[in-house]
Design a protein around this ligand. Structure first.
Ligand code: ADP
Length: 509
C-alpha cells in the first residue's frame, strides 16, 4: 500500500456516528461506530447533544485509524457526511453550543411554518430553495433558537455565534474549534440547500429569506463545493494534520456513492424509511407534486440538481410486524414468507402510520390492511408489508416523471435502472418484486455502505485519488441485478389494487 492511499469517511447519522476508512479501490478497511443517544424533551421534540456528536465522531475516527494500523499521514483526506437539517448554534469564543442540537424530526416550529404559509411566503420559498415550508428544514429551528435562548439574538447580531448543520459543526471542531484561530466555519452546497435559506439557483444565502425569518446573516457558514479545500485537522487530533476535502448531506452522499452522475440516474435507499433521489442534471426541476428540488452535488462550481422524494415507512413496517404484531421474529424472515406464496390473496397493506407522503400528502391519513378473509395468513400480511414498499416507490417515480415532463425538462430523464441500498435490499424477493412493479431494472451494488463511500469519493476527488467522476463511476460494481419479469396485466392489476386501498385511507382527495 503506497502512501496517501486511504480516505476517511465520517458518517454522522441520526442514530449513530461512524467512521469508515476506505482504500483507493473503495474497499472498507476499518470502521468504528457509536450509537447516539436521542433526547426527547416532549412529544414531537427531538434533540441531540452536539458535544456528544463531536466527541463520538472524533473517537470513532481515531478508532478506525488505529484499527487499520496506519498513520495519519497515509490518509489522503477526510470526507464528511451527515444527518441533514439538524441545527446547532454555538459560541465562537468557547465552542459551547447555546442549546442542544434540534434534530430534523423535531416539530416544535410547526406553528411558525404555518404562519409563513398563511402569509403566502411558501411560493417564494419554494422558488428560491426548492423546498416546501416545513419544520423539517433548519431555518425555522434557527429562528426558534434565537427567539427562545436568553441573549441569543443579541449575541448573534454581534457576530458572537455560529450556526451550522452537523457537517459545519464537525468541521469547525476538526479545524481547531475555539482554540484555533484557523477554525473554519463552512458548509457545502448540499447541506446549505436543506436550510431553507439558500438560493439553489444563485448558489448563495438569500438575504430576503434571512430577513423574513429574522436571521442575521453573520450566523451563516461559508458555502463551498462538495469536493473542496475544507482546511485540515489540527495536529493534536490524529498526530499529524489531515486534509478535509469532501462534504455532502447523507442522501446526496449516497447518490454519489451510487455513482448517479448522469441525468436520469436514480438511487433509492431502503432503511427505516426510504429516500429516492433522481439526478436531473443542470436543471432544477420544479415539482408540482411536492417533491423537493435539491442540490445533488456541486463540483468545480457546477451544480447538479435532483428531485427528492421520501417514503415515511419502509423497513419500519417490518419492525412493526416484528415488535408490534409479533408476526415475525426478525425482518429477514419476511423473505421466506413472501416467496412461499404466489400472491397476498388480495391483502393490501397501506402503512400510513404517520400519514401519507408524496404524492398524496395527507398528514391525517392512517394505515390499513384491506382485503382480509378467513383464509388470510401471517405470510400474506407480511408479504403485503413488503409489497407496499414497492407500490410506494412506483408512486414516487411516477410523480417524478410527471414533474420532469411538466417542467419540460430537456435532460434525458428516462428511468431505466434503479440503484438501491439500505438494510432492506438484502431481501432478494423484495428486489425482484420491486423490479416487477416498477418495470425498471433494480441494481444492488457490491458496496452497500453508499453514504460513507460517497463522502470518501468526494475527498478522493479533491485530493487526486480519483481523477474524475467517470473514474468513480467505473469503480461502481453491481452485485446483483433484478430484471422485470411480470406480465403487464398483472402489474397493473396489483398497482390498481394498491391505489384503491390508498383511496380508502385518504382524508383529503
Ligand atoms: P436505518 O439506516 O434507517 O437505521 P438500515 O438501512 O439499517 O436502516 O435498514 C434497517 C431496516 O431494514 C429495518 O427497518 C429492518 O426492519 C429492515 N430490514 C433489514 N433486513 C431486512 C430484510 N431482509 N427484509 C426486509 N426488511 C429488512
Amino acid at each position: 500500500m503506497s502512501l496517501n492511499d486511504f480516505v476517511l469517511a465520517l458518517d454522522q447519522g441520526t442514530t449513530s456516528s461512524r467512521a469508515i476508512l476506505f482504500d483507493h479501490a473503495g474497499v472498507a478497511r476499518a470502521s468504528a461506530q457509536q450509537e447516539l443517544p436521542q433526547i426527547f424533551p416532549a412529544p414531537g421534540l427531538v434533540e441531540h447533544d452536539a458535544m456528544v456528536i463531536w466527541r463520538d465522531t472524533l473517537a470513532t475516527a481515531r478508532a478506525a485509524v488505529e484499527q487499520a494500523g496506519i498513520g495519519a499521514e497515509q490518509i489522503a483526506g477526510i470526507g464528511i457526511t451527515n444527518q441533514r437539517e439538524t441545527t446547532v448554534i454555538w459560541r465562537r469564543d468557547n465552542g459551547q453550543p447555546i442549546h442542544n442540537a434540534i434534530v430534523w424530526q423535531d416539530r416544535r416550529t410547526a406553528g411558525l411554518c404555518e404562519k409563513l404559509r398563511q402569509a403566502g411566503h411558501d411560493k417564494l420559498i419554494q422558488e428560491r430553495t426548492g423546498l416546501i415550508v416545513d419544520p423539517y428544514f433548519s431555518a425555522s429551528k434557527i429562528a426558534w433558537l434565537l427567539d427562545n435562548v436568553a441573549g441569543a439574538r443579541g449575541a448573534a447580531q454581534a457576530g458572537e455565534l455560529a450556526f451550522g448543520t452537523i457537517d459545519s459543526w464537525l468541521l469547525w471542531n476538526l479545524t481547531g474549534g475555539p482554540a484555533g484561530a484557523k477554525a473554519l466555519h463552512a458548509t457545502d452546497a448540499t447541506n446549505a440547500s436543506r436550510t431553507m435559506l439558500f438560493d439553489i439557483h444563485r448558489q448563495c444565502w438569500d438575504e430576503e429569506l434571512c430577513q423574513l425569518l429574522n436571521i442575521p446573516m453573520v450566523l451563516l457558514p461559508e458555502v463551498r463545493d462538495c469536493a473542496a479545500d475544507f482546511g485540515h485537522t489540527t495536529k493534536d487530533l490524529f498526530g499529524a494534520p489531515i486534509t478535509i476535502a469532501g462534504m455532502a448531506g447523507d442522501q446526496q452522499a449516497a447518490t454519489i456513492g451510487q455513482a448517479c452522475f448522469k441525468p436520469g440516474m436514480i438511487k433509492s435507499t431502503y432503511g427505516t424509511g426510504c429516500f429516492v433521489m433522481l439526478n436531473t442534471g443542470d436543471e432544477a426541476v420544479r415539482s408540482q407534486n411536492r417533491m423537493l428540488t435539491t442540490v445533488a452535488y456541486r463540483l468545480d462550481g457546477q451544480t447538479t440538481y435532483a428531485l427528492e422524494g421520501s417514503i415515511f415507512v419502509a423497513g419500519a413496517a417490518m419492525q412493526w410486524l416484528r415488535d408490534g404484531l409479533k408476526l415475525i421474529d426478525a425482518a429477514p424472515d419476511s423473505e421466506a414468507l413472501a416467496s412461499g406464496l404466489d400472491s397476498t390473496g388480495g391483502v393490501v397493506m397501506v402503512p400510513a402510520f404517520t400519514g401519507l407522503g408524496a404524492p398524496y400528502w395527507d398528514a391525517d391519513a392512517r394505515g390499513a390492511i384491506v382485503g382480509l378473509t378467513r383464509d388470510s395468513s401471517i405470510a400474506q400480511v407480511v408479504r403485503a408489508g413488503l409489497e407496499a414498499v414497492c407500490y410506494q416507490t412506483r408512486d414516487l417515480l411516477l410523480a417524478m416523471q410527471r414533474d420532469a415532463a411538466t417542467a419540460g425538462a430537456t435532460n434525458n430523464l428516462v428511468l431505466d435502472v434503479l440503484r438501491v441500498d439500505g438494510g432492506m435490499v438484502e431481501n432478494d424477493w423484495l428486489m425482484q418484486f420491486l423490479a416487477d412493479i416498477l418495470d425498471v431494472a433494480v441494481d444492488r451494488p457490491a458496496v452497500t455502505e453508499t453514504t460513507a463511500l460517497g463522502a470518501a469519493y468526494l475527498a478522493g476527488l479533491q485530493t487526486g485519488l480519483y481523477p474524475s467522476t467517470e473514474a468513480i463511476a467505473a469503480q461502481w460494481r453491481c452485485q446483483a441485478s433484478f430484471t422485470p419479469n411480470m406480465a403487464a396485466g398483472r402489474r397493473e392489476q396489483l398497482y390498481d389494487a394498491w391505489r384503491e386501498a390508498v383511496a380508502r385511507v385518504r382524508t383529503v382527495a
